[in-house]
Design a protein around this ligand. Structure first.
Ligand code: SF4
Length: 351
């Protein structure tokens, strides 16, 4: 699988700590030139069949169709895309007019991940998003009209003034990613919270919102398959599911990460890169961390022999308190998913 990182944003959302820069025609062209060079240099690294391609960011929908076309052409030149099943573009609602969407379909995109975040205009303004609730609704309708049948929307909960969550009722939406708002150091939100200008709900209220959201999504026909992800049957994200299975992937662009099954590499915005080779304990800990966030859980067959006895001993309290169940998989319960990261850390092997 291939990940393309697009580092541009129209402006900074208050909660965002990701690397991004403002776009200009010159910057976009230079970025695409550099990306095409990187593809040529690294095309030998992707030995596995490519089944998914994902454009993430940043805001990939900032890229005009002709520049996206250059990237897609480069991908076809450097890689065998004949087995690609899912090609996703992350997009912001305000970019999704019907001509642009038709252009995306022509380039081969068959899935959109739209950053809706909220359907409350006051909340959208507070987060410094550029779109309105109506633009988000229009974006979904336009996407469907342009031929997209696989439409994901991102939502944020844990916000002040949490209003009833109604978007999932649209039959056009096939997938929902719902993230709890976190206050990252160095963001505008951290300053606003520090000065008392924004007051966020306490942990208990955030958990209440999570449960309310969960119930509404299930009632609308969505199934949770990961702590933050819900899908209508058959519409789980193939790309993300492969990350969680630890399938190797090639990440291109500034800030992109790659994984070849043993080694992780990360590109730095200045054109340099870093890498680390995972030892057995690191690989096992990563497996725990991702598997306990998935509803299916950790396949027992994937646990290294040397870890089995220790893990069996350590999980007993979590089974007793109803956070984990054990069959052919070690699976988190609905309550356990809320504690997935803490549980995984407690089960980690020492390096
Ligand atoms: S659009 Fe996405 S990447 Fe860009 S600033 Fe907002 S949250 Fe961050």
């Amino acid at each position: 699988m291939i990940y393309i990182h697009v580092p541009f944003c129209h402006r900074k959302c208050t909660y965002c700590a990701f690397y991004s820069v403002r776009s200009s025609e010159f910057r976009v062209r230079s970025y695409v030139d550099a990306l095409l060079r990187e593809m040529e240099e690294r095309k030998g690294e992707q030995a596995h069949p490519i089944r998914t391609v994902y454009f993430g960011g940043g805001t990939p929908s900032i890229l005009p169709i002709d520049q996206l076309g250059r990237i897609v052409e480069g991908l076809h030149r450097c890689f065998d895309l004949s087995q690609v099943e899912e090609m996703t573009l992350e997009a912001n609602p305000e970019d999704l007019n019907i001509d642009y969407l038709k252009g995306l379909r022509t380039l081969g995109f068959n899935r959109l991940s739209i950053g809706v975040q909220s359907l409350d205009d006051r909340v959208l303004r507070m987060l410094n998003r550029r779109h309105t609730a109506q633009q988000a609704l229009d974006a979904v309708a336009n996407a469907h009209a342009a031929g997209f049948e696989n439409i994901s929307v991102d939502f944020i909960y844990g916000l002040p003034d949490f209003s009833p969550f109604t978007f999932h009722l649209s039959p056009l939406v096939t997938h929902v990613s719902a993230y709890a708002l976190t206050v990252e150091p160095g963001t505008a939100l951290a300053v606003q919270v520090g000065q008392g200008r924004v007051v966020l709900p306490d942990d208990e209220e955030v958990v209440r919102q999570y449960h309310a959201l969960h119930q509404q999504l299930e009632a609308a026909g969505f199934q949770q398959y990961e702590v933050s992800n819900y899908a209508r049957p058959g519409f789980e994200s193939k790309h993300n599911s492969r990350y969680w299975d630890r399938t190797p992937y090639l990440g291109l662009g500034p800030g992109a990460h790659s994984f070849d099954g043993r080694k992780r590499r990360w590109n730095n915005p200045d054109g340099t890169f870093g890498e680390e080779t995972l030892n057995e304990a690191d690989a096992y800990n990563e497996l725990l961390m991702t598997s306990l966030r998935i509803v299916r859980g950790l396949p027992l067959a994937a646990i290294p022999e040397g870890q089995k006895e220790r893990l069996h001993r350590l999980i007993q309290p979590y089974i007793a308190c109803g956070w984990l169940t054990l069959s052919d998989y070690l699976s988190p319960t609905a309550e356990g998913l809320l504690h997935a990261d803490g549980m995984a850390a407690a089960l980690f092997a020492g390096s």
